[in-house]
Design a protein around this ligand. Sequence first.
Ligand SMILES: Nc1nc2c(c(=O)[nH]1)N[C@H]1C(S)=C(S)[C@@H](COP(=O)(O)OP(=O)(O)OC[C@H]3O[C@@H](n4cnc5c(=O)[nH]c(N)nc54)[C@H](O)[C@@H]3O)O[C@H]1N2
Ligand SMILES: Nc1nc2c(c(=O)[nH]1)N[C@H]1C(S)=C(S)[C@@H](COP(=O)(O)OP(=O)(O)OC[C@H]3O[C@@H](n4cnc5c(=O)[nH]c(N)nc54)[C@H](O)[C@@H]3O)O[C@H]1N2
Ligand code: SF4
Ligand SMILES: [Mo]
Length: 749
Amino acid sequence: MKTRRDFIKISALGTAGVAVGASALSKVRASSLFSFDKKQPLDDSEFERTPTYCEVCFWKCAGWTYTTKEGDVTKILGNEIDPHCNGRLCPRGTGGVGMYTDKDRLRTPLIRVRKEDGKSVFKEASWDEALELIASKMKEIGEKHGPESMALFNHGSSGKHFGHLLKAFGSSNIVAPSYAQCRGPREVGFVATYGAGVGSPEPTDIRDTKCMVLIGSHLGENMHNGQVQEMSDAIDKGASIITVDPRYSTAASKSKFWLPIKPATDMALLLAWIHVIIYEELYDKKYVEQYGYGFEQLKKHVKNMTPEWAYGITTIKPDVIRKTAREMCNAAPAVIIHPGRHVTWYGDDTQRARAVAILNGLLGAWGRRGGFYLKESLSLPKYPTPKYPKPKWDWKATNNGKYPLAGLSVSNAFIDASIPANGHEHQLKGWIVSGTNLPLTMPNTPALIQAIEALELLVVVDTMPMEITGYADVVLPECTYLERFDDIRSAPHREPNIALRAPAVKPKYDSKPAWWMAKELANKLDLGHYFPWDNFSEVLDYQLQEIGSSLEEMMVLGVKKFERADGGLYLRDGEEYEFNTNTGKIEFYSTELAALGFDPMPKYTEHPQPPYGYYRLIYGRAPMHTFSRTANNQNMVDLMEENKLWVNPKVANIWGLENEQEVWLENQDGVISSFPIKVRVTERIRWDSIYMVHGFGHSNKLLKNAFGKGASDSELITNVMMDPIMGGTGLRGNFVTFITEDPGKEIES
Ligand SMILES: Nc1nc2c(c(=O)[nH]1)N[C@H]1C(S)=C(S)[C@@H](COP(=O)(O)OP(=O)(O)OC[C@H]3O[C@@H](n4cnc5c(=O)[nH]c(N)nc54)[C@H](O)[C@@H]3O)O[C@H]1N2
Ligand SMILES: Nc1nc2c(c(=O)[nH]1)N[C@H]1C(S)=C(S)[C@@H](COP(=O)(O)OP(=O)(O)OC[C@H]3O[C@@H](n4cnc5c(=O)[nH]c(N)nc54)[C@H](O)[C@@H]3O)O[C@H]1N2
Ligand code: SF4
Ligand SMILES: [Mo]
């Protein structure tokens, strides 16, 4: 029998530095190499089932929480009709039960009483006491500095409830690191090209693709469910995968071509591909002529960007660059140059996303079967509440005149605007933080700490005692997603669809749902009229009735699909289509970037390479963990307890490093990792880089499973390569060296 671990076991190939053809492994059915829960639904006579959508990551698969008649959660299974998961959850989704059963959960509100040796000492408090304190502090901040100086940092469903509260209070300063530390540059790059962002789930038509190019996008380890399932199916149907990654990823092991690129040089490869496709006249002429703008400028621009030019930069051989370009063209338009998701790498990320968007455009992939489908979602009516007051300033002011194309607020700019010494005209004085563990999420920890120390109020809403809760003035324990209602999930897909999350069990301990906290806080802030419901289920029922469903129906269905309203899933041959850009066309030459003084077409910029004795720090995902949020979950710990440091054998030889040996890392700025990490010597990583899975190295001792396990990439990321176009923080310009003796660093917790 296959165990969950089997699918990530891939034998190491001694091929670092060259492109490889199809390995024996890729002949194995791909679907058997990815692990999903395929168990049949439980017998309904013994169990009750309640609809939910998953909160272990933000793919938000819909499923069912099964409970015994006694009210114990036994299992979570996927909803068969959900297009995000097709009835199968990933290991983290089924393991979500562990979030509910975690013994280390926050149990009661906490108020900080003092700091001892820089560490917070909390006392337990009643809800009334904790909320009263927050409300009085918020009022004080509002009166002293204006309501706009309160900000919300959030990730996930709970943030929506606090967002509503904050807007009612008079501030629209709401931010999520999933923009400027994640997919922001991709959205901006695609908007500049197609007038539309990519969004989530990505409208990549993977199931029907004939060729998919993954550029540092490691689907399979990046376990976004529907995409990974479709990729398995596409491989089984003979699609070729081209993976560009300095590391032999799971995806690389299933690829026809693996291009072990020198990190930070992807732009040169992309430009060389564009060169080949244009100069070998392999692009989609009809499509480019009908929909494209600026083709001639692009052609001139890439004239000298030959595969030979790119070889010297990327270490990818010219014939491999040509071969892979032709591979894409042979499949076009059923081809996807995947836009990636976490794309804040080197500071020119919007421009790299532009190059990806342009390449897709040349191949006619946008709006085509096997390329990108035209997504559609249902917009839900808003529950009637009073109009929000108009803030005097908003998040754009926190950018201090920078990042003109930021489409959403920029978390690092919020941090800058919270540090008084930066002298911003518009400063932030209080934060509510919900569902984001900033110390393990934001680069440049010293700036984060400086900002936190200057705040007049820091409220943290979380389910677990995390690194961020340690800094709070007030901690509010949220119940897990299995214990609460949240907003309806209405995500864009091939067909519009909605999913319901309802509580399967009562909240454990003294934890509460975010909607309740926001409402109670509103009452104390004299804003109760913005929350005219006793239970959030009333809001949901209202919204559902308005679209011809009901809470009752959705409790039975869990997921409901709707007909498309907006035309076809794909562009029809020669169909008129106006893109939402200045020219109404796909802009190979961006008029918007040009008008703002940025390069209208992407250019290769040389980025620093590691100094002697240092290696580039790169990181990524493991299929059984989500960032730092699963590190303490027993179900996930059973599958992977800590991260390891991938080191190339050549490097291990030079340093005399052995498998399982513990090392500490020191970065270019002298920052030393708080914890050691065990070495894993492997050919699967280039010699100029080291790799670790993000989300480990927890320093909060209250996390009994996670404390001190593995190392944190975040604390070593002190050099941030800023994207001037939209404020993204490039995280991959940090270099580390090894320390083999315990440096005796003191750990704060
Ligand atoms: N160094 C480095 N930094 C990164 C990344 C990286 O790979 N390396 N990745 C980046 C990316 S792509 C992203 S999207 C961001 C994501 O980073 P974050 O925005 O921080 O998101 P998570 O890690 O999911 O958030 C974790 C927090 O949410 C809490 N939580 C879990 N469930 C709930 C809940 O139901 N309610 C509440 N209130 N809290 C809950 C967890 O306990 C934990 O404290 O990080 C970015 N930062
Ligand atoms: N299991 C799991 N799945 C997840 C998540 C999770 O936490 N856990 N998080 C989700 C989220 S929010 C996001 S944003 C995505 C992120 O996932 P993706 O967008 O797919 O990937 P990244 O984390 O950016 O990329 C990691 C890969 O980039 C490679 N890499 C590093 N440097 C370079 C370089 O210079 N060039 C190239 N070509 N490659 C490079 C690394 O070796 C690694 O394989 O994953 C999502 N899926
Ligand atoms: S991909 Fe996995 S963790 Fe993410 S929402 Fe789906 S089941 Fe949950
Ligand atoms: Mo992300």
